[in-house]
Design a protein around this ligand. Structure first.
Ligand SMILES: Nc1nc2c(ncn2[C@@H]2O[C@H](COP(=O)(O)OP(=O)(O)OP(=O)(O)O)[C@@H](O)[C@H]2O)c(=O)[nH]1
Length: 799
């Protein structure tokens, strides 16, 4: 019987047969199921490509199918875009070609490596024009400009406007600008009246047309005359300058300063060359904003005083003194904490003040900021006296597309933790991309990539509660590429739902694929309780024979791995239709089943053993969120111990401390949390740079040790020998190697059978030494998984 086959699998011989001796080569080869999918996909892709199929290689087709998880449409579109030429573009209307000079066509040097046709990068290379003077840059493609299109850059005769240089006069002024300008002018006039005897000078100072040093050169007489004539139509300010022409006795200066730039542009080149570079007049906006230039002797004409400098509260020394931040940072630097570096000059200028201030705050250190207050609770007592429901988390595993996410979406909908209209919305959205059957799965699969591809990629968490229990769902990906994420989910679970696709062929595929691998991983990670959801029975007419067949085979396999029968329940369901999840099966074809619903089975699977509340705190970091405000939020499950607001925690392996500012359990703030709960905590006074996924939070008094070399008792899933590996524990992934095989062990007694074996065969138990590339937090009793090149090769306990 099939059951005994699996039980036997852990006999040496049976396992050797099962894996074969050529296990190494198999790593390069697709599994039979993938090969079958690949062949079907390749045929379909070729059909879809039609005549173009010959333009892509078999490898390109297979690579595309592999990347898109055998999605034929996506693969075809990828291949068309990347490897199949687009149809030739419609001919462009002919433009009269410029007459070509002989050299436009002929220049191709044999030395420069250019030739007609396609270059090495596939770009067509045009003929190289012969350039008048061959220089180093002649070969540059951007110099392939036909000779007749070459041009000489002539500097514009019109002056370039500077910042806020405006147009002419007030023509472009808005009503508001005119009003503001009139007011300003009035004020200026009033100020001038207050200074009798200085009127002329004052007016000249107010003028925006102050002469600059360069403007002291005298223009030729005829030009000055023309300039004077041209200025009659200028703006009021320019008229002021012009009016001075005759009045102030400095006709040349005035004339020059009132040159209209635009008019100047039409002067002869000869005149223009003899003139200093003309300056643009400020725009109306600039005049309104800044008023007129003030100090004719010192102010540059293109520099305006900033408006705030006229405020009574303006102090020119404001920014030459240290800011409050500068003072604090200086103090922190003194106290040995890193702070932003102050530039040398600033430091020199401010040293005196900073030192003085530092003396007051010298003892102020980031870690000296008073921690959030701890209530000093006896958390175990608090927990025991609280009436809160029990907590349990389960991981949902199984082969890809078995229906895990759909089942969880249905469960949450039936229990009213997700609204039906949300599902209706997902259905409408899914219809647009042909994925309406995934509407329920999208409750869990929130990432766009997951929705586009129709596969779960990372663990998705969600919560619901029944009368007795608060459940945390950890929905794992089924695809073999994401097994590390499944491991992360399984390491946090109290029990598991194993979803099996009962459909013809699908179950068999899964048993050879991730159904099998996930069961092995669950066992290795210490998950002992299982609810096996035999799904998609609607697709096989609720066949009791199919259900029995699956139940018997899987039972045998599970028993072979040491799962106890009483901890395993088989439940027939249809996640898509919602049968036997919360309510019984409606279809009369399933009248043979009178057992419990899935929800009842979940309640029964919750372990009754109390969590390890009195052990030292251990919380593996599952997710980290960093806020701008200096708070780091960490989520994960408390594996052992208790914690409360105000506790100092140490993050291992970095050894950095932080304080718990707040704890959130089930979306509510709590003063404490205990082992078994999935929580989020806000940590303060710690630089998030020291926190990584997979790190462990502990109390400093009994922190978990860190090391890079350890011995583990491993069950081999593949051949083991000294080789590079990846170690997985929760979210922790660490690269290292199997340093040595210490001994082969007896499966039942654990006694040494053989010292220093050369190789450990699949199914054997062995003691191996692992060396990692860096220190990680590890302690005896922890369960870890060893993978290599995308395959799980062993799992076991640290000794
Ligand atoms: N007929 C039928 N189809 C189902 C059932 N459950 C799921 N499906 C379909 O199976 C497909 C895959 O469902 P998912 O829920 O995404 O499968 P999954 O196991 O979560 O997939 P991964 O997480 O990517 O491994 C979807 O098209 C579902 O509509 C079921 O009970 N009956």
């Amino acid at each position: 019987m099939a059951a005994s086959r699996y039980v036997d699998e852990y006999d040496d011989d049976g396992l050797d047969d099962d894996y074969g001796d050529d296990g190494y080569e198999e790593e390069e080869v697709l599994s039979a199921e993938d090969e079958a999918a690949m062949e079907v996909g390749t045929t379909k892709v070729r059909e879809a490509l039609g005549d173009n199929a010959g333009m892509v290689s078999l490898k390109q087709i297979r690579d595309a199918l592999w990347h898109y998880y055998y999605d034929v449409n996506k693969s075809v579109s990828y291949l068309k875009t990347n490897f199949i030429k687009p149809p030739p573009a419609p001919p462009k209307p002919k433009v009269a070609a410029p007459k070509k000079t002989p050299q436009d066509h002929q220049y191709v040097s044999s030395n420069d490596g250019l030739s007609f046709g396609r270059g090495s990068l596939g770009f067509p290379i045009t003929k190289k024009p012969r350039l008048p003077h061959r220089s180093f840059f002649d070969d540059m493609p951007w110099l392939d400009t036909p000779h007749q299109r070459h041009t000489t850059f002539v500097e514009p005769s019109r002056p370039r406007w500077g910042l806020l240089g405006g147009g002419e006069g007030t023509a472009g002024m808005s009503k508001l600008q005119r009003l503001a300008a009139a007011r300003r002018k009035k004020n200026d006039e009033k100020k001038e009246q207050d200074k009798p005897g200085e009127t002329e000078e004052g007016i000249s100072q107010l003028s925006i047309s102050e002469p600059s040093q360069t403007e002291t050169q005298k223009p030729s007489r005829p030009l000055a005359k023309r300039q004077k004539l041209s200025n009659h139509s200028e703006s009021p300010e320019q008229d002021i300058g012009a009016s001075q022409d005759g009045d102030n006795g400095h006709p040349q200066e005035s004339r020059q300063t009132t040159v209209s730039p635009t008019r100047h542009a039409v002067e002869t080149h000869e005149d223009a060359d003899s003139l200093p570079p003309p300056k643009a007049a400020p725009s109306a906006f600039a005049r309104t904003l800044f008023g007129s230039a003030t100090d004719s002797k010192t102010a540059r004409r293109d520099v305006f005083p900033m408006p705030y400098t006229s405020s009574s509260s303006f102090s020119p020394k404001t920014f030459s003194e240290p800011s409050p931040d500068d003072i604090v940072f200086a103090a922190q630097r003194k106290a040995g904490k890193k702070g932003p570096t102050i530039t040398k000059t600033a430091k020199k200028d401010n040293e005196g003040e900073a030192d003085e201030a530092a003396s007051g705050v010298a003892k102020l250190d980031i870690s000296d900021v008073p921690p959030p207050k701890s209530k000093g609770l006896d958390v175990v007592k608090e927990f025991e006296s609280s009436s809160s429901k029990r907590n349990a988390s389960f991981v949902v595993v199984g082969h890809v597309d078995a229906g895990k996410s759909t089942l969880m979406g249905r469960l949450l909908m039936e229990l009213k933790f997700v609204e039906e209209r949300t599902i209706a919305k997902y259905r409408r959205q899914g219809e647009k991309i042909g994925k309406q059957s995934f509407a329920l799965a999208w409750v869990m699969d929130q990432r766009q990539e997951e929705r586009d591809r129709g596969v779960t990629i990372d663990i998705a968490t969600n919560n619901f509660e029944t009368e007795k229990t608060k459940f945390t769902i950890l929905d794992a990906p089924g695809h073999r590429d994401f097994v590390p994420n499944m491991i992360a989910g399984a390491s946090q679970a109290d029990f598991a739902i194993l979803v099996i696709d009962a459909n013809t062929g699908a179950y068999e595929k899964g048993l050879k694929g991730q159904t099998r691998e996930h069961i092995l991983l669950l066992r290795s990670l210490g998950v002992q309780r299982l609810v096996v959801a035999v799904n998609k029975l609607d697709m096989v007419g609720w066949s009791s024979e199919r259900f029995d067949e699956i139940t018997q085979e899987v039972t045998g396999f599970l028993q072979g791995l040491g799962f106890h029968e009483r901890y395993v329940a088989f439940i027939p369901i249809s996640g898509l239709e919602g049968d036997n999840i919360v309510r019984p099966i409606e279809d009369s074809a399933a009248s043979w089943y009178t057992g419990s619903t899935l929800v009842d089975a979940l309640e029964a699977a919750v372990p009754s053993t109390a969590a390890d509340l009195r052990k030292p705190l251990r919380m593996a970091i599952f997710e980290v969120f960093r806020s701008q405000q200096g708070t780091t939020t960490i989520s994960g499950r408390v594996d052992a111990g208790t914690l409360q607001v105000g506790d100092v925690l140490v993050v291992q392996p970095s050894g950095e401390n932080g304080f718990i500012r707040s704890i959130v359990v089930d979306n509510e703030n709590h003063d404490w949390a205990v082992a078994g709960q999935h929580i989020s905590i806000a940590l303060v006074n710690i630089d998030p740079i020291h926190i990584k996924l997979g790190d462990i939070l502990c109390h400093p008094a009994d922190a978990i040790p860190c090391g890079e070399s350890f011995v583990m008792k491993a069950m081999a899933f593949n051949h083991l020998m000294p080789s590079p590996i990846d170690l997985h524990r929760g979210r922790l992934h660490a690269a290292g190697q199997i340093q040595s095989l210490l001994a082969s062990l007896d499966k039942t007694t654990g006694e040494v059978i053989k010292k220093k074996p050369k190789v450990v065969h699949p199914g054997d138990i062995a003691r191996v030494r692992i060396k990692l590339g860096a220190k990680v937090p590890l302690e005896a009793g922890q369960r870890v998984v060893i993978r290599s090149e995308g395959e799980t090769i062993a799992a076991g306990l640290l000794e």
